[in-house]
Design a protein around this ligand. Sequence first.
Ligand SMILES: *Cc1c(COP(=O)(O)O)cnc(C)c1O
Length: 812
Amino acid sequence: MYSIDSIGQILSAEHIVLVNKDSVITDLVYDSRKVAHAAGSLFFALKALRDGHQFVKDAYEKGVRSFVVSDPNFSTQDFPEGNFIWVADVWHALQQLAAYVRQQFTKPVIGITGSNGKTVVKEWLTQLLAVDKKVYQSPKSYNSQLGVALSLWNLNDDYDYAIIEAGISMPDEMALLETMIKPDIGVFTNIGLAHAGGFSSKTAKIQEKAKLFTHSRTVIFPGKYGFETYLPKQADTFTFGEEPDNNLHVHVLNEEARNQHSVLVLTHQGVTANLPIPFSDKASQENILICVSTLLSLGYTLAEVAGRIGKLKPLEMRLQLLNGKNNCSIIDDSYSNDLASLQIALDFLQQQQQHDKKTLVLSEMEGMNAKLEDKLFKLLEDFPLCRIILVGSALVKLQAQLKQPVAYFADTEELLENLDKLAFANESILIKGSRKFHLEDLSQLLAAKSHETVLEINLQALTHNLQQYRSLLPEGVKLMTMVKAFSYGSGSFEVANLLQFNKVDYLTVAFADEGVELRQNGIELPIMVLSPDEQVFDSLVRYKLEPEIYNFRILHAFISFLKHKKITDYPIHLKMDTGMHRLGFLPDEVEALLLVLKGDKQVKVKSVFSHLAAAGDPAQDAFTQLQVGRLQHAAQQIEATLGYPFMRHIANTSAIARHPAIYMDMVRLGIGLYGIDMDNKQGLDLEPVSVLKTTITQIKELEVGETVGYDRRGLIKRKSRIATVKIGYADGYNRRFGNGVGEMMIRGQLVRTIGSICMDMCMLDVTDIIAREEDEVLVFPDLQQAARSIETIPYELLVSISSRVKRVYFYG
Ligand SMILES: *Cc1c(COP(=O)(O)O)cnc(C)c1O
């Protein structure tokens, strides 16, 4: 623990004013809404989306007395009891403090990075090492600049190992993370499939990731990546792989998948061993191999490692947002329960605007004691929950303390017996439990029944992509995000909640009813409607939706509707047709338009905008500029006549990537948010947001000469194994994917369709791969490639996924 005085000395402070220099700091906070122990908190006034200096007052009112600020003119007049440390850059100061705390730690720090699997590997390494060591791990996916700094703060020499995860979303970030983490041992999990097409950007990405290991003494990675080229000279490598290669430290002789488990046959230093593992999918096998190699490199024997691996527990580490019965939303996080992950889950619950009622079901945590109970109480004390359901006898005391309505059950069985009495309906329910309480049984009972073809949507990836694009926008440029067509197939309020929480400026839908649905689910952001018609004027006004006005017919009709309702100054957006020739006023119609608008009181122009026809095509850049010029000209004419300012905007995803000069007042981000950017000129690190998955229903062996499917189109030319999967054209899997055009992935292996696509099913040739009935199947392993193969674009594939395919939301 550090006193504020000693922290002042650690930071390169420019100026320090301490009222009470012995104040002991226990918590670092950056968000005044999340203050848990005010007296021991040090508030960092970070400049991010908002300027943290604005919230010093709020934090002070909550009882916080110590602050790190950067603004030299910041007045402390209203904070007579406040300790203030002035630094040049608050972010830097936070990281400096984290780096200092880390430097005091004398045991090994293991740093993990890679495109996928970081969190799983971190959790598994912890499970494996915890058998005989005390392990400190960064909570869940606390892997960003901020998350890493906060995780390091709690590190101390009671632990034998620290395992810290590092994730980057922008160039140059890894160097900053490295200065904090300084891993002694580096673990590099893998390079993702995303961007496999653009090799140069992939190299750049690897080089960036390798920076984490600048001072590491050992780095562990899959041999196939040739990662050693990117590592500093002092680092020893430790690699594994399947190819016979004398440089590998661990050679994988065989991977045999059975139902739900598999056996890895490995050699290390001349010893061969069979490792039974409780998983059968390729990704888990890779993650296990990373963990095995790490333990071997730490000096454990292959036999010891084999014993521990067999006991690994599968992790459902992601928060899962499910549709529940009785119009409930279920947030299932029943894998682990500690304060940090509870905080994350509560924040996510807070974002859910679709229900006013919010309920928490919480089990006992591992190692409950008075101190932990106190912290738990402080965390829950002021949290707006309509009820809390506690499970586990160690929570009995907490029950009496909490002000919210509380129900208490000694164990999960008792809770389940009383389920009817709890009468869950019309609410968001967070289910948060330690593994041994098996609260997943509760979420299964509360969740609506599922169809087995699902579209998994990763809301954290969506947030990540949003931040990527945001990083490109200069200050003052607003961000409109397109949630039309059910958010490009990904969902309505589920996506909008997240965008609202992350403070985008505007949402856009195609039709009024999409906007109405958002309003009914608690979305309060301004919403623009792209193609309104007369029938929906009433809903527009009732739900505060702002129409795009694109021709005289709709303008006259809307004005007379507003007159009739005696409404004035209703916000509208004028669409100019500058060359797309879809909707909008042509340049030569502007004068006539102004005649209508000039004396009008009913409408107020919020923005004048246009849409680019070919923003992604370098050959059309001159045309793009022509469109921009036409919009600017029209907007000038309109502003001169109306005499008041409004926003101008034209840039969609491709233009954001390719034409920074035309952002104007606002950009309209569409498909990029969902992880797809065909140009990606700025080298953004986008993550795929949605994954379409189905399952194998049946597998059969067929002889030469047999045929598969309607019209006998799939001829068997060799003895084959054919799998039937549960997706067809009624789910949005296009018929053109039939007869070998479509590619799917099973356990990491690519397979092709055979025969025609049926309405609800289709068939895959799995002769050359390991596949079993009930295996999971990835329908579009590479969405852009899939789109190309049937001569369409990813947009069409995404929005065609039919509404009967269940959407499953994850966070993390
Ligand atoms: C769909 C749409 C966008 C977003 O386009 P993306 O290519 O998905 O970024 C922007 N503006 C308008 C008017 C649109 O209809």
